[in-house]
Design a protein around this ligand. Structure first.
Ligand code: FAD
Length: 372
């Protein structure tokens, strides 16, 4: 019997297991392939990350191209996967697949039983609405037509020279440790996700237009955006994924110590992960997702043009502050006020379709959280 079993060894599970160990809790982490390196490149706005987060490379600014260019004086950070994966020596790592999870035990597929005071599900998310992307790594010099030195290209909505469908996609470009640059063709939100073949076609067309030879390896991204949050969960499994951006790693890193403290104090994990304000913010953010899912392709860049015209602190509130209800409402209100009538109508209508995207705690049998 241990204090905590964390099921799932992704960024969230490992951050939580480390935080539990730091609290003096006897902790086990279960994952089918605990030694397998991560192939994903995890990034976040630098000011979203907690102090001491393992950053591999960071830039001092970022850029967005929607209908026009927006320069953003916020740093962007790429995380160091090796350090993010590292666990304290006293966390027991169990190789296995959890087949059954109860409040105080898990049963692995091979029949082993692990007992714990608290079991946390950090097994990631699934769902139909998804962000898809295909990326390749090129040298910094080759990437210069897309992204300059010491900057991240968060979104470039200009259409690639070749595309097989009208779906809106953007180019994302971030520097990597070792001097390379990741160029990724991304479909922000679609139900179901845009086929990877279409994203590959567009990315290759962008490279070919600049005379850049095709690298062999590619990064494939599939991020479920409106996954049903599970009770007693953490990370993407708990619905921490931002409905409009697909990001969750920074939130998980920030929340892990608080969740560990709650476990040590015998407080339910869901109470810390989903206080009332965070649920309200999530409900508002899902309007953003519903609006994106419904928007005609050619209007999506217009939406982001409006968004990145917001003052930077309001952009940050909407993108990063998961429990700042006032800030989120303020940002949305300014965006709405500055939008033209057609866009306003779309945003208002999205309130209706947002009902199809679930908010944590809103259905019985799902996460039930006492108001904080
Ligand atoms: C390629 C890619 C790039 C991304 N880039 C970013 C980014 O830049 N920034 C960002 O914030 N987010 C990013 N995301 C989205 C999201 O943050 C990631 O999906 C992140 O990995 C979620 O972390 P997690 O630990 O919650 O879940 P996961 O990373 O999905 O980890 C879940 C773990 O649980 C294990 N598991 C599953 N089922 C079981 C079981 N039954 N028993 C035991 N173990 C189990 C899995 O093997 C896995 O190791 C990206 C996603 C992808 C796919």
């Amino acid at each position: 019997m241990v204090d905590v079993v964390v099921v799932g060894g992704g960024p969230a599970g490992r951050a939580l297991a480390s935080a539990c160990s730091a609290r003096g809790l006897v902790t086990s982490l279960v994952d089918p392939h605990p030694e397998r390196p991560w192939r994903a490149t995890y990034a976040a706005w630098a000011d979203e990350l907690p102090a001491g987060a393992p950053v591999a490379v960071s830039t001092s600014s970022a850029r967005v191209f929607a209908l026009s260019e927006h320069r953003i004086a916020r740093g962007y950070a790429v995380l160091d996967n090796e350090r993010l994966r590292r666990l304290p020596d006293d966390v027991r790592v169990v190789r296995g697949l959890v087949a059954e999870r109860g409040r105080g035990h898990v049963v692995l597929r091979d029949g082993r039983l692990l007992r714990a005071g608290t079991v946390v599900d950090a097994t990631g998310a699934s769902g139909r609405a998804a962000q898809h992307a295909v990326g390749v790594v090129v040298s910094a010099e080759q990437a210069l037509p897309f992204v300059g030195e010491d900057e991240a290209l968060v979104m470039d909505w200009r259409r690639p020279p070749d595309a097989g469908s009208a779906d809106p996609t953007f180019l994302y470009a971030i520097p990597l440790p070792g001097g390379g640059v990741l160029l990724e063709e991304t479909s922000l939100a679609r139900r179901p996700g845009l086929p990877l073949a279409e994203l590959r076609l567009r990315l290759h067309a962008r490279l070919a237009a600049q005379g850049i030879p095709l690298p062999q390896a590619e990064e494939r991204v599939r991020i479920p955006l409106a996954a049903r949050p599970r009770p007693g969960a953490f990370g993407a499994a708990a619905g921490l994924v931002h409905p409009a951006t697909g990001y969750s790693v920074a939130s998980a890193l920030r929340l892990a110590p608080e969740v560990a403290r709650a476990i040590a104090d015998g407080v339910a994990v869901d109470r810390v992960v989903w206080p009332a304000r965070a649920r309200a913010v999530h409900a508002l953010r899902r309007y953003g997702l519903a609006a994106l899912l419904d928007m005609p392709p050619d209007e999506v860049p217009e939406f982001f043009d409006l968004f990145f015209r917001l003052p930077e602190n309001q952009q940050r509130m909407y993108l990063c502050d998961r429990a700042d209800l006032r800030g989120t409402v303020g940002a949305m209100a300014v965006l709405f006020r500055t939008a033209g009538w057609r866009m306003r109508a779309r945003l208002a209508l999205s309130v209706q379709s947002a009902k199809a995207v679930r908010t944590p705690g809103e259905r019985s049998g799902q996460v039930k959280i006492d108001p904080a």
